[in-house]
Write a protein that binds this ligand. Sequence first.
Ligand SMILES: Cc1cc2nc3c(=O)[nH]c(=O)nc-3n(C[C@H](O)[C@H](O)[C@H](O)COP(=O)(O)O)c2cc1C
Length: 338
Amino acid sequence: MQDHSVQTFDPKAFRAALGTFATGVTVITAVGQDGKSIGLTANSFNSVSLDPPLVLWSLAKKAFNLQDFVAAKHWAVHILSADQEQMSNQFARGGAEKFAGVEPVSSEHGVPLLQNCAARFECTSTFQYEGGDHIIFVGEVKKFERNDHPPLVFHAGKYALASLKDNDFSPPRATGTEPPTFRSDMLGYMVGRARKNFLDSMRVHLESNGLNDYEWRLLTIILTKKNLTASMFERFNKDAALETILATLESLRQKGWIEMVSDEGLGEPTYTLSQKGVYDSVRLLAIAKSHEEHLMEKMGYADGMLLKSLLNKFIQKTEGSSPNLWSDEFVLKEKAAQ
Ligand SMILES: Cc1cc2nc3c(=O)[nH]c(=O)nc-3n(C[C@H](O)[C@H](O)[C@H](O)COP(=O)(O)O)c2cc1C
């Protein structure tokens, strides 16, 4: 642990140390002295007392609306939900555009109340204290609301998602003495198993459309990327031999999902979706999406978001040198290589 004594007190390091304390994110709103709505993003919010119900937050003395908040008799605290990052950014920006596109309702005291937050507290401003370069506001909660949206988290200067720590689901850690097994915390095993579970329950929809797993895999690629040749699939998809790819493409063609277009420049045909293919694949994608939502519900909305965000990060960070079929450069490079 790095030691920062008062003599070497570096404001940047101080901020970074404070940032290790993960908080939620709130937007505080009130009515200014001229009757206009005012608000700002604040993570200094905290609970103070249950009886009476008191909460606090602090406002920088240089804040544009300092005098308005000092004069306000009422304000509201909105605990933002995980999908309100954009709202947090909007209220953290200086200027008059904070309420642009936001449709608040008015409290009985005229305080603008924002919708779809994880929780909301309507308060009367009770005490104000000097706090260095901030003023600390304490308010008594007169009304509150809560819904089950997961909260937005702020940690180390960045937004984060909260995932409830559940030891039942921690992967078993291999001990130093135990030989590694497939059942320990091997990522490859978990990713493969997750993919299997996903496909197992999706398969019934594929089969009722006359498709097997691999045909669906190739279709989703063709749906995203036009004009691919069988050898481009092979170079990208190292899990199947060219003969398997050709046989699968031919089967899809015979079933009317795709069309083969000859390309003299490339020296081999490219594949595109037929009209039926476009229509039916989009329909299947919609089924896949609702299937995904059904599976996500099993682990909870917040964990589902977290899983997707971490998987996306994993994909981006590990892309390495393997060809990225989804980038436009891929087809161009492949063409140039012919
Ligand atoms: C996550 C986050 C938390 C913040 N917390 C506070 C806070 O607790 N107090 C504060 O005065 N400013 C805080 N800010 C900065 C203000 O939101 C920002 O300076 C805002 O523009 C102030 O409003 P004003 O421009 O009307 O003065 C925070 C910003 C972010 C992004």
